[in-house]
Design a protein around this ligand. Structure first.
Ligand code: EPZ
Length: 418
C-alpha cells in the first residue's frame, strides 16, 4: 500500500486543469449497457473506481477500451446479467448496472454492495423504485435479483433525494415506453450530465437538475459520443488546499456554478475567490481563516464530499465553528486523525465542534475514505513538519494524479511505495 510523505509550510501557486467528474463518469459508463451500439465517452478520469467499472463491464461481456481519458464500449457477445461480489465489493457504485440491465433484459443480479467507512449505504430506495416499475426483488446467497415480465412507466417518489437511485431509475426508465415521473430527485450536476448522455442515446428527459424528472423511454437506445463534465469535488478540494496552505492558484476547465456554495463559504472565511467562465482563482495568505459553520445537504447545499476538506481548512480558524453532517451517519473518522496533528475537534452525534489552533504539526495519519484522505493531505500541506498519510489507495479512487498536480503547484509531496 502506498503512502504520501508531505513536508508542510509551502504555499501553492500556479495553474492546473481539473479532470473529468468521477461521479458523472460512473453512471454514464453504466448507461452503455442500455445499448448494443458502440459508445465513446471522453474526459474520463484515470481512477481506481473507473478501472473497477471497466473490469465489471468487461466481465458482463462488453468489449471496453480505455486510455488517455477516452473510453469505448462495444458489444459482440450476449451479456451476463450478474455483477458478482468480488467486483461489486470494490465499489458501491457498481450497482448502477442494475437499472440498465433490468431495463434491457428484464433481469439483473448483483451482489448486495457492502457498507463502507462512512455508513451502511443501504439500497432500499433503489429497490422500492424498481418495484414501482413492475420489477420483483428477491435475495439469493447475498445477491439481489431483479426480474420483470414487463416493466411499466410509473410515478415514483423517493423518500430521500438519493443520487444513485435517481441515476439508476433514470437509466431504467429510458428504455420503458411511456412517461415515467420521478419525484424528490437528487439535483446534483452529475444527474444532468447523465440525462444529457441518455438524451443523446434517444431518451426524452425533462426536469433533470430539479426535484421532478420526466422520462419518456424508447423501445431501443442508440450509442453515444459524450464528454464528461468537470469534477466539481476535485475543484473544491483544490480550492480548499490553496485556502489552507496559502498562495494563488488558478483552476481551469471548471464550471464555477457547481461550486457556488463552497465559494460563498470561502469568501465568508476571508478567502479571495474569483470566478471566470471556465476557471476559478483562489488567493489566500494562508493565515488563520474566520470560523464558518457548515451543514452538509443534498445539492445545491454544501456537499458532503467536501465536508472533510472543509474541516481540514477550519482546524486553524480564528475561533470555534461546527460541521453538521446530514447525509451520512458516520463521516467523521478523519476528525480523530486531525487531532493526531494537534487539531482541537470534538464530535457529538452528527456534529463536529472545531476550536481553531495556532498550528497543526505533522504526524503519521491514515486515510479512511477518498475524501478524508484528500483532507489529510490538505491538513499536511498547512502543517509544520512532516506528515505520513497511509492508505493512499483511498485517494487514488477519486483523484487523478493528485500528488503530481499538487507538486506542480509547489507542494512538497511524494508517493512512497511500500
Ligand atoms: C453519491 O453516492 C456519490 N457517489 C457519493 O460520493 C456522495 O457522497 C453521495 O452521492 C451524496 O452526495 C457517486 O456518485 C458514485 P446517495 P450515493 O444515494 O448515490 C442513504 C465520493 O466521495 N440511502 O445520495 O451512494 C445513504 O445511506 C462518494 O465520491 C439510503 O438510505 O449516495 C446516504 O445516507 C462518497 N437508501 C444518503 O441516502 C438508498 O437506497 C445519500 O446517499 C440509497 C441511499
Amino acid at each position: 500500500m502506498d503512502n504520501f510523505v508531505i513536508h508542510g509550510g509551502k504555499q501553492l501557486n500556479g495553474e492546473i486543469r481539473i479532470g473529468g467528474s468521477k461521479n458523472a463518469a460512473l453512471p454514464i459508463l453504466a448507461a452503455t449497457l442500455l445499448t448494443r451500439d458502440r459508445c465513446e465517452v471522453k474526459n474520463v478520469p484515470e481512477l481506481r473506481d473507473i478501472r473497477s467499472t471497466f473490469e465489471l463491464l468487461n466481465y458482463l461481456g462488453k468489449n471496453c477500451f480505455y486510455g488517455y481519458g477516452d473510453f469505448v464500449a462495444e458489444e459482440r457477445v450476449p451479456l451476463k446479467l450478474h455483477a458478482p461480489y468480488d467486483l461489486v465489493r470494490k465499489m458501491r457504485a457498481s450497482m448502477l448496472v442494475a437499472g440498465p440491465l433490468l431495463a434491457r433484459f428484464k433481469k439483473a443480479r448483483f451482489s448486495l454492495p457492502g457498507g463502507c467507512s462512512i455508513g451502511l449505504r443501504p439500497i432500499d430506495i433503489h429497490l422500492e423504485a424498481f418495484k414501482k416499475l413492475g420489477a420483483s426483488v428477491t435475495y439469493e446467497k447475498g445477491d439481489v435479483v431483479l426480474s420483470a415480465k414487463k416493466l411499466k412507466a410509473a410515478r415514483v417518489k423517493f423518500r430521500f433525494p438519493s443520487v444513485g437511485a435517481t441515476e439508476n431509475l433514470m437509466m431504467c426508465a429510458s428504455l420503458i415506453e411511456g412517461r415515467t415521473v420521478l419525484e424528490n430527485c437528487a439535483r446534483e450536476p452529475e444527474i444532468a450530465d447523465l440525462a444529457l448522455a441518455l438524451k443523446k442515446m434517444g431518451a426524452r428527459i425533462k426536469g433533470e437538475g430539479t426535484v421532478r424528472i420526466e422520462i419518456f423511454g424508447a423501445a431501443r437506445l442508440k450509442g453515444l459520443k459524450h464528454s464528461v463534465m468537470p469534477d466539481r469535488i476535485e475543484t473544491g478540494t483544490f480550492m480548499l488546499a490553496c485556502a489552507a496552505a496559502g498562495g494563488r492558484v488558478r483552476l481551469s476547465g471548471v464550471v464555477p456554478k457547481t461550486v457556488d456554495v463552497l465559494t460563498r463559504h470561502l469568501r465568508q472565511a476571508g478567502i479571495k475567490v474569483s470566478a471566470f467562465k471556465d476557471a476559478i482563482e483562489i488567493n489566500s495568505s494562508g493565515s488563520k481563516p474566520r470560523p464558518v459553520n457548515i451543514i452538509t445537504r443534498p445539492y445545491p447545499g454544501f456537499p458532503t464530499d467536501l465536508q472533510a476538506p472543509w474541516m481540514a481548512f477550519m482546524t486553524r480558524a480564528r475561533g470555534a465553528c461546527s460541521v453538521h453532517e446530514r447525509i451520512f451517519e458516520n463521516r467523521f473518522i478523519h476528525a480523530a486523525e486531525f487531532c493526531r496533528m494537534g487539531a482541537d475537534i470534538s464530535v457529538q452525534d452528527k456534529t463536529a465542534h472545531i476550536r481553531g489552533v495556532d498550528a497543526l504539526l505533522g504526524a503519521p495519519v491514515m486515510a479512511s475514505d477518498l475524501r478524508a484522505g484528500a483532507a489529510l493531505v490538505i491538513a499536511a500541506l498547512a502543517a509544520k513538519g512532516k506528515t505520513l498519510v497511509r492508505r493512499v489507495y483511498h485517494i487514488d479512487r477519486g483523484y487523478e494524479k493528485f500528488e503530481d498536480k499538487l507538486r506542480r503547484l509547489g507542494a512538497d509531496i511524494e508517493r512512497v511505495k511500500t
